[in-house]
Design a protein around this ligand. Structure first.
Ligand code: SF4
Length: 519
């Protein structure tokens, strides 16, 4: 084939190590992973694929900004592909072979999932955030509870959510094992499409809203009759939550956190606070967190002593907009380090080796707006406890330096020792002045050259051409041996570890050597 049968894009977000800051980290990533990037770029050129360079952004944020469209179906080779459900589509995370089938026009099959309806009541309160919805749902369902289901959100609460907020909720449906998650088409999706220069898609979707992109009226009237299962969540009373450590379904509501920290013996000191990942790096996330940072600055406060504060923008467009709108300045004023537009610490690309807790493999607590927190995922230290929460709670933890700090009830001390309480965060769903385009070098490369040669060095430790399998003889396998059995929780992190092993994803033999080491 000269070109993929469906529009395809390639994103390089996993191999940028967070260490010295955005530009230096991207430059170093070109030194350490040049052969991978050149291979991906050449493959993109050969098959007419859009190529997004390292530093351009995290795949799911870029897909939401550029490719997601209501009422359509998308496959992506990453578990958090369902993020695009925030734009009213079915986006499903698959393995590479499934994606290749779709790219080669081979029909893609899936056992028909059941449908879990989540009825959202009320509307989001001042300290509330979309992240709280999925953290609470993960606490209810556990990491397996959504397996075999599509999660469909409905009810009047949907209308109080922004498009990027709905993407946050759909993104983390992966943590309950759901096939995907989806919202009905809403006016906030239309606003987001217009803001991201796709007014034509908004117009087309709005025309189909009642007929095809919303649940039928009978469903709202009697949900139990139409969904295989229904869960109710009241946004008006939903507390911010912390999920962790070591699993994304261990949920603690904010008001119970201080007791839980004491009872479990978790380290109350927060050694690092991280905002970013595909789950929470939208303009709304960053602008709400920045409103808290500005309050702290007014009181002469910076992040707590001994707490590192790191921010990863989701895309170049977000980064440029946050720089233009003073959000970056607000973060840096309290001591933040802004990292590259990439996954960074979320995928274990976090050079934290100089930190004593990592060097000595000590127990320590971090809070993040990420979606996963399995052992050793972030900094390689199996004793680092990552608590997943909203960007607003991450910011308040960065200021207080304590897991037990509850910004809804507790006070901070200003630089003169006077007590003050943080006002609830405020922020904009979308940038009032529109999104800035960012640096041209991060625009996607679209340069179809069917005759292009794809370089793979025979000595490469990181790339290996896949040899054709012998044709199937039509028989089932017989007398195969079970090489490994795994007990208990076994996630993709246990099957194929993140961090230093990521670099072998393009080399089947070397990749195979680390399979299941996490289990
Ligand atoms: Fe999202 Fe983290 Fe996966 Fe990157 S590594 S796609 S930020 S979950």
């Amino acid at each position: 084939m000269k070109q993929t049968a469906v529009p395809t894009s390639i994103h390089c977000d996993h191999l940028v190590e967070a260490y010295e800051g955005a530009d230096l980290d991207v430059a170093r990533s070109w030194q350490t992973s040049r052969e991978i990037y050149e291979f991906l770029q050449a493959a993109s050129q050969k098959y007419g694929i859009a190529f997004w360079k390292p530093g351009s952004g995290i795949i799911h944020q870029l897909v939401l900004e550029n490719y997601a469209a209501p009422g359509t179906l998308m496959l992506g080779t990453d578990s958090h592909t369902p993020n695009a459900g925030g734009l009213g589509m079915l986006a499903i995370g698959v393995g590479g072979a499934d994606a290749v089938d779709a790219m080669a026009a081979i029909p893609w099959e899936l056992k028909a999932p059941r449908v879990l309806g989540v009825h959202l009541h009320g509307s989001m309160h001042a300290w509330g955030s979309p992240k709280d919805v999925i953290l609470a749902l993960a606490g209810k369902l556990s990491v397996r509870g959504g397996t075999g289901y599509i999660i469909e959100y409905f009810g009047e609460g949907v209308d109080s959510l922004s498009c990027t907020g709905m993407a946050t909720i759909c993104n983390m449906g992966a943590e309950v094992g759901a096939t995907t998650s989806v919202f009905p088409y809403t006016s906030s999706m239309a606003r987001y499409l217009k803001a991201t220069r796709r007014a034509d898609i908004a117009t087309a979707a709005t025309a189909q809203q009642a007929g095809y992109l919303s649940a039928d009226s009978q469903v709202a009237a009697d949900p139990a009759k139409f969904y295989d299962e229904v869960v109710d969540i009241d946004l008006s009373t939903l507390e911010p939550g912390y999920n962790g450590p070591f699993t994304p379904d261990l949920h603690t509501p904010r008001s119970k956190m201080a007791d839980k920290v004491a009872a479990e013996g978790w380290s109350d000191h927060v050694s690092a606070a991280l905002i970013g990942s595909c789950t929470n790096s939208s303009y709304q996330d960053l602008s709400r967190a920045a409103s808290l940072a500005r309050q702290a600055s007014k009181h002469g406060l910076q992040v707590a002593k001994g707490t590192e504060f790191l921010v990863s923008p989701g895309s170049e467009q977000i980064r440029a907009t946050m720089e233009r709108d003073g959000i970056q300045e607000a973060f840096e004023a309290i001591g933040a380090k802004v990292l590259a537009n990439a996954c960074g610490p979320c995928i274990g690309q976090w050079n934290r080796d100089e930190h004593p807790a990592v060097r000595n493999r000590e127990s320590n607590s971090i809070v993040s707006s990420f979606n996963r927190n399995f052992r050793a995922r972030n900094d390689g230290n199996p004793n680092t406890m990552n608590f997943l929460t909203s960007p607003e709670m991450v910011l308040s933890a960065a200021l207080s330096g304590r897991l037990s700090f509850n910004p809804l009830a507790d006070e901070l001390k200003d630089n003169k020792g006077r007590s003050f309480r943080l006002e609830p965060p405020t922020g904009d769903e979308l940038p009032a002045a529109g999104y800035a385009e960012g640096r041209e070098e991060y625009l996607p490369l679209l340069d179809h050259q069917p005759a292009k040669q794809i370089p793979i060095s025979p000595e490469s430790m990181r790339l290996q051409p896949l040899e054709a399998f012998a044709p199937w003889n039509g028989q089932e396998f017989q007398d195969t041996r079970v090489l490994v059995t795994v007990q208990g929780k076994c996630t993709t992190d246990h099957i194929s570890a993140a961090g230093k092993w990521l670099k072998y994803k393009g080399h089947l033999e070397n990749l195979a050597r680390n399979t299941l080491i996490g289990a």
